[in-house]
Design a protein around this ligand. Sequence first.
Ligand code: ADP
Ligand code: MG
Length: 586
Amino acid sequence: MAIRKLPALVVNQIAAGEVVERPASVVKELVENAIDAGATRIAVTIEHGGRDLIRVTDNGRGIALGDLPLAVAAHATSKIESSADLEAVTTLGFRGEALASIASISRMSLVSRAAGTDEAGRLDIEGGRGGEPRPASGPPGTTVTVRDLFFNTPARRKFIRADATETARVTQAVEALALAHAQVGVSLACDGRVALELPPDAGTHRRVLDVLGAELEPELLAFSLSERGLVISGMAGRPGIARTTARHQTVLVNGRPVSDRSITHAIREAYRGLIEPGRYPTIVLFLEIDPQQVDVNVHPTKAEVRFRTPSMVHGAVLSAIRRRLREADLTPSFELQRATASPGGGPASGGGPAFGSGSWSWSGPGRSITEFLAVGEERRGESSMEIEVLPVIKHVGEVLQVHSSYLVTQDEQGLIIVDQHALHERVMFETLLEAVSKGNLESQRLLMPAIVEVDAARLDLLEPLAPLFVRIGIEAEPAGPAAIAIHAFSSFLFDRGVEPSEFLLELLDRTAREGVNDDPEAALHETLDMMSCKAAIKAGDRLSDREIAELLAQRERVERSSNCPHGRPTTLRLTIRDLEKQFGRR
Ligand code: ADP
Ligand code: MG
């Protein structure tokens, strides 16, 4: 085939391939245009997940009748003039290809009345072919209607998912932009039903609660930090409302929702050890940065950005969130539901004492108490919590060890229940972390090397693990084709009676299973986790009064003591308020 220039329609359809993945992409581009036009009210309507209809109405600056054909022409924009403007983009749009792309794969109508004029104009385009703009009537602002998305690209229409899925995506896209632009009133109607109604001039704090749900307010910690030209702020969810998907993480850079790996990493890092692996914190993060310091022209849908100094951004985000989490008392509260409030609650209803027949539930929406208690059940059957709750009333001011596993005491807000193993594990972990930050861990030479028999695969792991071993005070080398000799072992573990060969085998087994972690810091943390678990007091260990006092005193001293290194809580609080409710005093 001879080389030829492609017709404009084909060019636009190719661009649409990148810009318009699904109905939510159209909604995102249209809402961005409305925000760029200075709108204070934006109304979004979709039908059938956006497949049949998407309409975005705004009260912004509008487009002059004569400019309507330009608005839908490729590479036509009012937002930048020269490549120099690309160095510091201050609008959401700048590529001038969204309307052209969308118009090429749908039936679009554009009705707009420019500010300061009396008459509106209208332009209809079908699959990129449009007529002339003609006068119309309408209020100031712009309405873009997109019908039958992908009608002329049937292969792509097939990729549209179920209405509910597409509706959820649209909602998410609108919410993200609404979070970033609290000054704008935003509504969303899906198939005639109001899905969002966000008032204008909300202020960021209010807007976050309007979007995430006001009931989450007690679960959110506001943070802010301003450093070297960066302003970072937002609301970080307590660990209890972490979710199983990253859907509740919104990152907004200069008002633009983005997904950025280094920011996501910093968030995960800030929560490390506070939430369990596989869960994602709920968080809304605003980053304001000099537009010169961020390149927004790296992705067709502008979903990614590139920072000139990514490590500085990473560091600042990490410290903003981490600092806030450290300041907060992260002890989760839980409440009993009154027995009467849960009809048919459980097999015990009718029988035992009213207190015991009530079901437990989390006050936080994240997970159920049953799920939560299941963690404890890994270690022992723990069937009725009231046994642990009641005796403390006789033991005001003292600490009670219950079932050789839990410490029960009080603080000014109520009743405190501590998982002794989980707490001690955290104490051990923080001790190790501090020690290792100062240098390699102390090592104890063994009188006789301990010999561990291993297979070839595990023997081969000695080499990649060598740098880690140095840091934790282990000295080991191959002893023949199927054995390892341990010459020196971590004093910390040695003093706590941990068997060198057992520990090494477990470490090798884990590495064989999961592979060598190529992030040395993460590998070190995982190993310290394992060491703390081995060294810590176990569930079932009887503790002396002195040991109990020491453990609780350490809780005050170490960081992140509300959660064990795996992210499970170490401590629960039953508040006096909830007790009063339970006893019908309120
Ligand atoms: P971009 O946003 O990158 O400039 P678009 O294709 O999205 O490109 O829009 C092209 C142009 O049409 C914009 O630069 C703007 O001038 C105009 N426009 C689009 N939508 C609106 C709107 N809702 N209100 C006012 N002008 C608009
Ligand atoms: Mg645009």
